[in-house]
Design a protein around this ligand. Sequence first.
Ligand SMILES: [Zn+2]
Length: 349
Amino acid sequence: MLTEYIGMEEVLPGVWRVGVPLKGNPLKELNSYVVLGKAKGTKNLLIDTGFRTRACKEALLWGLSRLGVRMEETDILLTHLHADHCGNGPDLVKEGNRIFIGRTDGEIMVGAGEWKAESFGDAKRGRGVETIHGRKRERLREHGICPGLIEEMRKRAPSRTMAPCPDFADYTFLDEGDVLIAGQYRLRAIDAPGHTPGQMCFELEGTGAMILGDHVLFDITPNITDWPQVRDSLGNYLDSLTKLDGYDVKIPLPGHRKPGDYHGRIRQLKDHHKMRLEECRQAVKRLGKAGLYEIGGSMTWNIRVSGWDEFPPAQRWFALGECLAHLDHLKEMGQIEEHREGGVIWYEA
Ligand SMILES: [Zn+2]
C-alpha cells in the first residue's frame, strides 16, 4: 500500500521533489525531481528514477500521478550511472521521449567509446557496468582479496542487482554546457566527475538552484571509489568540489536526504577527505608492508558492527573501494608507494 510516507514538496515554482524510498538501503530515500512542463508547453523533465525494483517504480509513479505528470509527456534526465538514480529509466521512458545522461557515464552504461569491453581486454564479460565490475574484481584480486569474498560482494552489489535494463542503449549523451529546457527553466550541464567518472550537476539558470546528484550530500558523505580507466577518482572528486564551489548556489538539490549550507558543506567534505587521507597514510606507515585489506581494516568506519570481518558484503565492497580511492590519491601525490610481489600489490609510506 502506497501511503503518505512518500515525501513530496515543491522546491521551486513548478519543480517538485518526490522521495523514492530505498528499502533496506542506508541511503533511505532517493530524491527524484520533476520539472513540470505543461504551463510553458514543454515536456516534463524527470530527474533520477530509483532502483529497478517494483517498490521504487510504484512509489515514483504514485508521486508523479499526484502531480498530474504522465510519462507520455516526460523526458528523463539521469545525473549519473548509479542504480539508485538510473535503475527505472529504460522501463519508464515512453516512445518519442528521451533519456539524457552525461557522455562519460552514458558510455560506461552502454559500453561505448573508451569503455568498450574490448578495451578491458575481455569482450566476453558483458557490457557497460558489468565490464566495470569485472575489472574492479580483477583489481581486488591483484590486491590479494580472496576470490570467495569478491564473489560474495559481487552478488550483493546493488549496482548489479537493481541496475537498469542492460539491453537498453538509446541514451542521449550530454556534454558540459549543454542546456535542457523544461517548463520555465534552462538546465545547464556541468561536469562533476569523481563520485562516478561522468556525474553531472545541473544549474537551473538564474534561480540559484543546482541539481547535485550525489556530488554534494549534506548529512552523509558521498561514496568515492576507484574506477577502472581512472587514475585518481578522489583527486577528480576534490577538483570537482572546487569547481562547483565557484557557483553561487542558494538552493542546493541533493540526490539524497535534506539540503543544507552549500559552500559550508563543500568545505566540510574537503576537510573530511583530508582527514581520511591522513588516516590512510598513517595506517600504511604503521603497518609497514601492508595490503589493501589490512589497511581498510585498520581505518575507522561509521557502521555498527564489531569488526572488519563482520561488515555485510555490500558495505565491504564500498569500504574497500573507498580505501583504494584514497590509496590511489596518496600514490598520485607521491606520499605512498605501490609495490608488487608475487602478483600481489602492497603499499609503503
Ligand atoms: Zn551515486
